[in-house]
Design a protein around this ligand. Structure first.
Ligand code: 5GP
Ligand code: ZN
Length: 115
């Protein structure tokens, strides 16, 4: 837990969020600035800077994050139409919030990430 981290503050309930899933170790909530009709962020409650740090520290939790992302895609109704799961890591990715989060996006044709 980090005092200042935005997503740790959401976990603690200090900042409101539109939560779509809460588990013992994970939380999923709608992105405040959605880039697609469905845009949900899936995070671990414990603070890790990014998915690389999570994968090294706790591979089982990293796998659980993927399962929750797939469950969210199902509950959001995009499992059949298709969806994207993305993680930003570090400066060149444009990562804004240094707390691991998976972007679950769908609900429209997203275009190919490689352009
Ligand atoms: P990143 O660029 O770090 O991969 O993505 C961070 C995401 O968090 C962005 O898509 C941004 O819109 C979202 N975000 C930033 N601040 C908040 C907030 O206070 N609440 C919610 N729900 N999302 C936020
Ligand atoms: Zn955090």
């Amino acid at each position: 837990m980090s005092d200042e981290c935005l997503f740790c503050r959401i976990v603690r309930g200090e900042i409101p969020a539109d939560v779509v899933h809460e588990g013992e170790l994970t939380l999923a909530f709608r992105d405040i600035n959605p880039a697609a009709p469905t845009h949900v962020l899936v995070i671990t409650k414990q603070h890790y800077t990014d998915v690389a740090a999570l994968a090294v520290a706790d591979p089982e939790l990293a796998a659980q994050l993927l399962t929750v992302a797939a469950d969210v895609a199902e509950s959001e109704g995009v499992a059949r139409s298709g969806w994207r799961l993305s993680f930003n890591v570090g400066a060149d990715s444009g990562q804004l919030v240094p707390h691991v989060h998976a972007h679950v996006m769908g609900g429209r044709a997203l275009g190919h990430p490689a352009g």
